[in-house]
Design a protein around this ligand. Structure first.
Ligand code: F0G
Length: 459
């Protein structure tokens, strides 16, 4: 007999209290921070779905590994355990630890970027794009067209549009493309996976033009699980083998260990090219630290090494992906428009569809995110016109979509927490027509979503 209920494959060993608050308290807290949820004190939040980055629970064995951490400045045994754990999955020649993903990006793009260069990705994550553009280079997204349609149910909506990739390489000239990148899973596109067939097709293009292929591998294990579940020929392979097959198609990677490293901090840059690696290490010494610790404590390196052996376990991944789908399916059943199919790490509510009476420039995503917090203490993240609408010249246009992302920290919340989230979102959705838009009361000139203050539009 196989039972249907997918249980959390762990027991709870140490708990963190959640401080229960009233609606009135939350209303006051939100008003005080200008209706920007980034300004809240986290202990005023009940269920924090702002991000899945660095917010997961470490295991007993990771905490034990923390005790084993060796803080030698150079040549720490923790580094060698970290390096072997990374190379077991990603057998690249050079493994360069960094304090998180964007530090790896900063170093890589400072070395290979610059004015006149173009980087192509299925979808650049915002820090990736910012680090590319900071060097004066251009960042172009070539995700497949289906990846931009929230309601289309397809298995691999994170795929690169391979023809568009090739046309783009031709039009900017291969000599101006230092590398092509594939983000697995495609975070900015809804956490959608990339198939092995697509990676192979991208590889064929990069080989034709002799371009290096890099993975932005933050959620590599979730991507590999989707391949295991959805792609013909992979059902009998282990996730570790699938990850190694993905790695074998690439020349390097950037990684945030705060996601599928199951750690609270950390990342790395890995690559095969000796000359580029040498330059990256020199930059690392300037910005992060000596090459055997790169901005991390030895104990962090050990926590990541252990996390990498846990994140590829099938029982963990089955629970992880099924619990994200559980939230998406329950919301869909309640009539709430969400991006489909569910991605790996988050559920994205289509605020523009839910709040058609709020025009994009009155920020329907912000209105929904604030309502989820005030009504139920749930903190999600607006991914829409607040985040992307303001341009460097000060003009403003609606973003392509107005979404609210509910990102699920790994191994942190139980099914009853998620049932509560479903109840709150359903309640807010039922009363959606009463929600009002917002206007900006104050904003900085760039990256306004972190610090802007808002005012409800009382019309
Ligand atoms: N690449 C992707 C695809 C990411 O999702 C992130 C972070 C990074 C790079 C940067 O890594 O945070 O360690 O510097 N994403 C987080 C999020 C912040 O909430 O989606 P980092």
């Amino acid at each position: 007999m196989t039972f249907q209920t997918v249980i959390e494959p762990f027991r709870i060993h140490s708990v963190e209290p959640i401080r229960l608050t009233t609606r009135a308290e939350r209303f006051r807290a939100a008003e005080e921070v200008g209706w920007n949820l980034f300004g809240l004190h986290a202990d005023d939040v009940l269920i924090d779905l702002l991000t899945d980055s660095g917010t997961g629970a470490m295991s007993r064995d990771q905490w034990a590994a923390v005790q084993r951490g060796d803080e030698s400045y150079a040549g720490s045994p923790s580094y060698f355990r970290f390096r072997s754990a990374v190379q077991r999955l990603f057998p690249f020649k050079h493994i360069i630890p960094t304090h998180q993903g964007r530090a790896a990006e900063k170093i890589l793009f400072s070395v290979v970027g610059g004015p006149g260069k173009t980087f192509i990705n299925n979808t650049h994550f915002d820090t990736t794009r910012a680090n590319v553009e900071f060097t004066g280079a251009a960042a172009i997204d070539c995700v497949c067209p289906e990846g931009r349609v929230p309601s289309l149910i397809l298995p691999f909506k994170g795929n690169m549009d391979v023809e568009l990739l090739e046309r783009t390489v031709e039009s900017v000239g291969p000599a101006n493309v230092p590398l092509v990148m594939v983000t697995v899973t495609n975070n900015s596109g809804g956490g959608q996976p990339v198939s092995m067939a697509n990676l192979k097709a991208v590889r064929a293009v990069t080989q034709k033009y002799k371009l290096p292929l890099f993975l932005d591998a933050c959620r590599f294990a979730e991507n590999a699980w989707f391949i295991h579940e959805r792609e013909a020929g992979y059902g009998d392979k282990t996730v570790s083998d699938i990850v190694r097959e993905m790695a074998a198609l690439a020349d390097g990677m950037t990684m945030s260990a705060k996601k599928d490293g199951l750690a609270n901090i950390g990342g790395w840059l890995a690559l095969n090219d000796d000359v580029v690696a040498e330059k990256c290490r020199n930059m690392l010494i300037l910005t992060e630290g000596f090459p055997t610790y790169g901005g991390l404590a030895g104990r962090d390196l050990d926590a990541i090494a252990q996390g990498l052996s846990e994140v590829v376990e099938h029982d963990y991944l089955n629970y992880r992906i099924r619990s994200t789908a559980y939230l998406a399916n329950a919301l869909t059943k309640a009539g709430v428009p969400v991006m489909l199919p569910a991605g790996g790490h988050a559920v994205y509510i289509d605020a523009r569809a839910l709040l058609p009476h709020i025009p994009p420039l009155s920020y329907p995503g912000q209105a929904l995110a604030v309502a989820l917090y005030v009504e139920g203490g749930i903190r999600g993240c607006e991914i829409g016109t607040v985040m992307f609408g303001l341009h460097p010249d000060g003009t403003e246009t609606p973003a392509a979509m107005d979404l609210v992302r509910l990102a699920i920290p790994r191994r942190t919340y139980t099914q009853s927490h998620i049932d509560y989230v479903v109840e709150v979102v359903t309640h807010v959705a039922k009363n959606a027509s009463q929600l009002k838009g917002y206007e900006v009361a104050w904003q900085p000139s760039a990256l306004r979503h972190f610090t802007a203050r808002f005012r409800p539009i009382e019309a």
